[in-house]
Design a protein around this ligand. Structure first.
Ligand SMILES: [Zn+2]
Length: 375
């Protein structure tokens, strides 16, 4: 095996196994030489990746994607880009390349490690994301305001990289994406590690109040055994409840829960959907079940789908899905939402995705494919 691919596998696993960088199989990595780029396959997990987890593509065939004229209509355009991406594939091992492949291609360094670290996203999903990243990193980093994923985001990043390169005479090595994460790029893996250390040191220096513990506490609610009765759509579904000091901080009442009731990033939506349901406390268990029933029905009417994350006031969080693997991923992703929200208070408070941004993701075929793969 090529020495560089071995380095790519090692750096992918290093970040992949670190829960503060990579949640539930997110993130992607790449290595490129003059001719080819090896990029993580969609749906494969960094933690356990080997050479079969990457797709190799021809860079000459990827290049025209940034300048070609595609359809103005978003679904059509994504399909056209997907086809061009498929045409550039050299070897797939039966996989589909990461949806962020073109972005990796346009970043002018051999190694690229893209992750969604909790503490970076505390900054990226905050009200002061733009101003605070400027203050902390100056011209060392490129900040990209939230843009719908897919071709539009890629074009935006490509344009901004060009402007940056023209101005500073070198390509940016740190690219922050608002409500998403960070791309770190370098000539070597050592330098990637140094850059990540630099990023986290700067961000962590701003964090004044430590996170409440997320060690598991006992979860007890009559709702847990009754999930299947709340709605016919839940028949045959599984449910798992969790609790911790961190969770208690947010399920105190409806207003504390406001700060974690909506997704922060497209990845949150892939796993947990965009909106999270809050069930207010009731004295009698039967009342609680009644209130939960009508809340679920109301949620379905507003959103068009059933809730996956249900918060019970003063108690904890319940995740509902059809497999335990998916439920555990959801709980991991949702716990991360709580951490991001808490830590974002150091940067002006949380900034969730808007209704418009959420709609785009809900209608995006590529993410639906990832959802299937994640199962
Ligand atoms: Zn990402």
């Amino acid at each position: 095996m090529d020495e560089k691919i071995k380095e790519l596998i090692d750096v992918s696993r290093d970040y992949g196994k670190n829960k503060s960088f990579v949640i539930a199989g997110g993130g992607n990595t790449s290595y490129k030489n003059e001719e080819f780029i090896w990029v993580k396959a969609s749906g494969s997990s960094l933690e356990t990746i080997d050479e079969n987890g990457f797709v190799s593509l021809s860079r000459a065939k990827l290049k025209p994607i940034s300048t070609k004229n595609y359809s103005q209509q978003s679904a059509e355009r994504e399909a056209e880009v997907k086809q061009d991406l498929a045409n550039a594939i050299v070897s797939t091992n039966g996989n589909r390349p990461s949806v962020e492949t073109s972005m990796h291609e346009v970043i002018d360094y051999p190694f690229v490690v893209h992750t969604h670290p909790t503490n970076v996203n505390a900054l990226m999903c905050s009200k002061n994301a733009a101003a605070a990243s400027k203050e902390l990193f100056g011209d060392d980093a490129l900040f990209i305001p939230y843009t719908d994923p897919g071709y539009v985001l890629f074009k935006k990043v490509a344009t901004e990289i060009k402007l940056y390169t023209d101005k500073f005479g070198k390509s940016p090595q740190i690219i922050f994406l608002e409500n998403h994460g960070v791309f770190v790029a370098a000539d070597s893996v050592t330098e990637i590690n140094e850059l990540y250390e630099h990023i986290l040191q700067n961000i962590n220096a701003c964090i004044e109040k430590a996170l409440p513990s997320d060690d598991a506490l006992r979860f007890e609610s009559p709702l847990l055994d009754q999930i299947q009765t709340l709605h016919p759509g839940f028949t045959n579904f599984l449910a798992k409840g969790i609790s911790s000091n961190l969770i208690h901080h947010f399920v105190k009442d409806a207003s504390t829960f406001d700060k974690v009731k909506t997704a922060f990033t497209p990845d949150d939506i892939v796993y947990c959907k965009a909106h999270y349901l809050f069930i207010p406390e009731q004295k009698e268990p039967l009342d609680l079940i009644q209130v939960a029933k009508s809340s679920v029905a109301n949620y379905l009417e507003i959103n068009g789908y059933l809730p996956k994350i249900i918060a019970v006031q003063g108690v904890g969080i319940i995740a509902v899905e059809d497999s335990i693997k998916t439920i555990l991923n959801m709980l991991e992703v949702y716990t991360n939402i709580l951490k991001i929200s808490f830590l974002s208070e150091n940067f002006g408070g949380p900034q969730s995705m808007t209704a418009e941004q959420i709609d785009f993701i809900d209608n995006w075929e590529v993410e639906n494919y990832r959802r299937q793969m994640a199962k």
